[in-house]
Write a protein of this length. Structure first.
Lengths: 259, 278
């Protein structure tokens, strides 16, 4: 095993951050200039958005179910089982919906992007694309970025809705609560800031998933083994950064909306 | 309109008689190891420059440098008279419209079928779909693969993939073609088919090309044969003739050890080169 000096290691990290930042800046810049690959954007929207729908629906629904069950146990001690709807709705809309959707989509799509682009890189298809006069960032990264940010926003709304539906299902069938009360308390608990917070988070998560997935894909070296390594790194890095950014955005939103 | 302006500039450049490709004291290294050191050579218009040398000598790196896919650490590379160092990425893409490149492992887009792979450049240039289809058929007929137009790269043999890659490189009617080991990893018969295509492209279109090969017999076939357009086959140049447009460049450990004509190469007195050729 080769040991790397702390200085060389630090330089590698700084260089990676710089490379990643440049990729992000270029991918964003390419949105505002021609040519735009609209067909690729729609294809990616279908693959990322529609393709992720089953896992987002299932994850959201069962998270809502579990949340209602767990909440009811604690709330029963205070005689406040009727507040299950409020707890499930607030938790789903503000936190669990955006974060879980981000993590699920990251697991499915950051890995997919890293492996697809990584395979293209090691088989010289990225070089071939450049040799044929196409900018790979414009053609491959920007469509994925636009599609992920756009679709994750709507996937999060679907996940929130499924989570609340799951919570309602458990509350009505197992906890014998009134469905009207569940939805009413849930609806009344939400304020404007909660919804904004829940809808801002997927914009960041979508950006992280696409850029991290593409970044690791485009820097792949070392054949099929390298592709596997990039895929793993992309999922790990995007998941960790999603949770980190979630914390920062939550702090920011608390600062802005006071809750 | 842009294409017309660029084509006009290109015609002006071709008329000037300046080299199509020039390397001037070019050096590059990776992770502290020098791969190419102080390389200087040029490729004239209409010339077929064959790049020989042991594996790991930096030949593929040189090819990527010539197309601006990587940047040298030092030195100057001029393509069509323009310095790559002074070009922006957008200018590079315009320049590459005049260059065809055949990659070592074909580098076909595996998610696209043969037609879309070959048509890729024209689709990027928003050429009329009917014209694209006609030109794809023309390019595939050139490499004698018009029957596999609907197939995907994974359904083709190694030799067929290489031929599709040649069709993709020539569809834009390039002024310079870079062949990175087009016969690498192929059996002798398939290799000969590929070399015949390279030769056909050279003699039919008189396109300037830079070709890497590990097989000396391929290199000497190119130097000693010509394409008979009446009989549609490759034949030896009569009276042991040698193609005057074919020149050789031999690299060893990142340095040029030979730059000259076929005759100069076969009559070399350099012990290493003699051993390498034999």
């Amino acid at each position: 095993m080769r040991f790397v000096s702390p200085e060389a290691y630090a330089k590698t990290i700084v260089a990676s951050v710089q490379e990643y930042s440049l990729l992000c800046a270029k991918a964003i810049g390419d949105i505002f200039s021609r040519p735009r690959y609209m067909d690729d954007i729609y294809t990616q929207m279908d693959s990322i958005g529609v393709g992720s729908l089953p896992i987002v629906v299932l994850t959201g629904f069962f998270t809502g179910c579990v949340l209602a069950l767990q909440a009811a146990v604690s709330l029963k001690e205070f005689g406040a089982v009727n507040m299950t709807g409020e707890l499930v709705t607030l938790s789903m809309v503000k936190e669990l919906g955006p974060v879980l959707t981000g993590l699920m989509v990251s697991g499915r799509n950051a890995s997919g992007m890293a492996s697809e682009l990584g395979s293209m890189k090691v088989s010289e298809q990225i070089d071939a694309m450049r040799a044929l006069g196409t900018d790979p960032v414009r053609k491959l990264v920007t469509p994925r970025l636009v599609a992920t940010v756009f679709m994750l926003f709507f996937l999060t709304i679907i996940s929130d809705a499924c989570g609340i539906a799951g919570g309602a299902f458990v509350s009505v069938t197992m906890l014998k609560l009134n469905a009207g009360t569940f939805f009413h308390t849930g609806y009344m608990s939400l304020v404007h800031g909660d919804v904004v917070e829940g809808l801002v988070k997927p914009l960041f998560s979508g950006f992280i998933i696409a850029t991290i997935g593409c970044y690791y894909g485009l820097r792949t070296t070392g054949g099929t083994r390298g592709v596997g390594r990039s895929t793993t790194q992309a999922v790990v890095a995007s998941s960790v950064i999603i949770i980190l950014v979630d914390f920062l955005v939550t702090q920011l939103m608390i600062g802005i909306f006071g809750r | 309109m842009t294409e017309t302006v660029v084509s006009a500039q290109m015609s002006e450049f071709l008329a000037s008689g300046r080299p199509m490709l020039e390397f001037e004291n070019v050096s590059i290294g990776f992770e502290g190891h020098a791969v190419l050191s102080d390389l200087s050579f040029s490729v004239a218009h209409g010339e077929t420059r064959i790049l020989l040398g042991p594996a790991g000598g930096g030949k593929s790196v040189l090819m990527k440098l010539a197309n601006g896919l990587i940047e040298p650490d030092s030195g100057e590379i001029r393509v069509f008279g323009r310095s790559l160092r002074e070009m922006k990425e957008r200018d590079m893409f315009e320049m590459r419209a005049h260059i065809g490149m055949v990659f070592q492992e074909s580098a076909l887009f595996d998610s696209l079928n043969v037609e879309d792979n070959v048509a890729y450049r024209l689709e990027e240039e928003h050429v009329d779909p009917q014209e694209i289809h006609a030109r794809v058929l023309e390019a595939l007929s050139f490499v004698e693969l018009d029957k596999v137009i609907d197939k995907y790269p994974s359904e083709l043999s190694g030799g067929m993939r290489r031929r599709v890659s040649i069709a993709r490189a020539i569809i834009g009617r390039p002024d310079l073609i870079l062949y990175d080991s087009p016969t690498g990893g192929l059996d002798p018969i398939t290799s000969m088919t590929i070399i015949e295509l390279v030769l056909k492209q050279r003699d039919v279109s008189h396109t300037t090309c830079l070709l890497i090969t590990h097989r000396l017999q391929d290199a000497f076939t190119l130097a000693t044969h010509r394409y008979n357009m009446q009989e549609h086959r490759m034949e030896r140049i009569p009276n042991n003739g040698i193609d005057s447009s074919t020149r050789f460049l031999v690299l060893n450990e990142g340095r040029i050890v030979f730059d000259g004509t076929t005759l100069e190469l076969t009559h070399t007195e350099d012990p290493w080169l003699k051993e390498y050729i034999e």
